[in-house]
Design a protein around this ligand. Sequence first.
Ligand code: DC
Length: 245
Amino acid sequence: MIHRMTEDQLSHAQLKQSDRRPIIAIDGPAGSGKSTTARMLAKRLGFTYLDTGAFYRALTLKILEAGISPEDEAVVVQQAESTTISIKTLPEGDRVFLDGRDVTAQIRAPHVTNAIAPISSNPRVRAIMVNRQREIGRSGAVVMEGRDIGTVVFPNADLKIFMSASIDERAKRRHLELQKQGVERDFAPLRAEIAERDEKDTKRSAGPLRPADDAVMLDTTDMSIEQQVDFIVCALQKKFPMVVR
Ligand code: DC
């Protein structure tokens, strides 16, 4: 049973009255609904939202554009060290900048998505990205979303949520999302791609996708985004009644 709170009960003012600036970690596989949910949650709480996948995507774009092989570990690490990736929240939405250039749309291209795995499984690249993400999240009042936030980036996060959904539901969501963008894809290969990404994300030795021991599990298969946000708000309220009244 999901207890719904009104916007008034959860106004920014109530959060700002308290000194607490929680770090909320949201992890889960592709298509679990975590990006939309995390973004809406952050907006509702007046917190900063950080999509950590954008870091791995932006670096991958840079590697591909430079004609470097994603498998060339040493060169990829050098690039990671010398690359500036920033995310700015603008009125029209979050924008991702790679060395000062807006790459928000480019980092979502399928050829980028398909080239990420060797880069995101490189432990030295992960260490660089994790440090940058910690710097951004350290002062709190943040909703950070990814694969290893509750386990590696912020193992002491105030609230950890692990979102999941059945593979069929996730493939269905992706199929619909692509249709909305005017892209027609067969369901079966799309489902296979998601299964492959799951496999790569969970099997890598550095920062694998897995729930932290103290994560709250959230299966979103039959839930709307609004229900997902409500669920997390309730979990936050349970842990910090003084923060969310
Ligand atoms: O969440 P996303 O689909 O935008 O993530 C893109 C890729 O980056 C995905 O292949 C998993 C990887 N990733 C990661 O390894 N660690 C994170 N914290 C976030 C994303």
